[in-house]
Design a binder for this molecule. Sequence first.
Ligand code: C2E
Ligand code: MG
Ligand code: MG
Length: 298
Amino acid sequence: MEQAFSSVIALIFLSRVQVIQVFSHRMYMEAIETLAIQRDLPSAIRNQQIKPVFQPIVSCITGEIVGFEALARWQHAELGAISPARFIPMAEESNLIVELGEQVLTQSCQFIQRFNEIRAEQQQPQLSVHVNFSAHHFSSSTLLENLRTTLQESMLAPQHLVIEITESMLIERPNESVKRMEQIKQLGVGLALDDFGTGYSALNTLCQYPLDIVKLDRSFVLRLMDGQQGEVLVRAIVNMARDLKLAMVAEGVETHEQMLKIKALGVEEIQGFYYYRPMLAADIFALTEAKLSVEVCS
Ligand code: C2E
Ligand code: MG
Ligand code: MG
């Protein structure tokens, strides 16, 4: 009996040691990775190794692509794919985010201009690209001049560019933000409020700012499936956006059931894995050309 008891104690002790060892090993590896990311980020940005991929935004009424969102991707030589959720906050801590933001902006404008040229040949409507801006980039003194130059050089009409900003950016500096938003709108560029509902502001935020589009955060799409309360909340947001003449995009729709619920609430535009994952520009062109050749042959 005494022997069995001491074996159990020994086992518990051993497994604790193992847990602590596994835990500290994982933490150690994460710390090493973070250091490597911090070390390599400046040169990755300088050498333009971070590139945008594009996720289609789709009309759930027609099933057609109605726009794209540009999302930054970094394929690290040793660590593999690194999530923007990891490297964007690091870039934000320094002025590097402005340089990265400018690169993503330029490549996104070039992509959508080329895409629209193909569509124009087919007499198809022109589409827009959404680009995420960080607070630093949004408030930078060179932003308006750079926007003008980028649009001019890519020959993109300003209405085909949408800048996505987040609620936290607006809450931190409301007066400056409204002024900046108005300047951007004067250029003819659209504005979207990203991740709406992630915790910062009430519904009335929507009427305070000169916005064109509200992007309903994925957490709402998930809550919608939870039952009555989620549905009441999303319905209120959708109705308010409609009254304010704001377009709405639901983010992170992954299943047919979610798509049907969103559609039933009157949201027409959806961005999510249910339709498409983010894709390389080359794959989007290949898809478009394949679709066109099917149409020509049939
Ligand atoms: P976001 O702007 O809200 O972008 C949408 C995120 O949701 C993307 O994650 C996209 O891949 C993901 N997503 C789309 N559909 C689904 C879905 O059906 N299910 C799930 N689970 N996720 C979906 P990603 O690419 O990892 O980007 C994360 C965030 O990083 C972005 O959120 C944005 O805040 C930031 N980010 C990405 N690229 C840039 C950039 O070029 N500049 C700045 N400033 N931020 C960026
Ligand atoms: Mg976004
Ligand atoms: Mg979002």
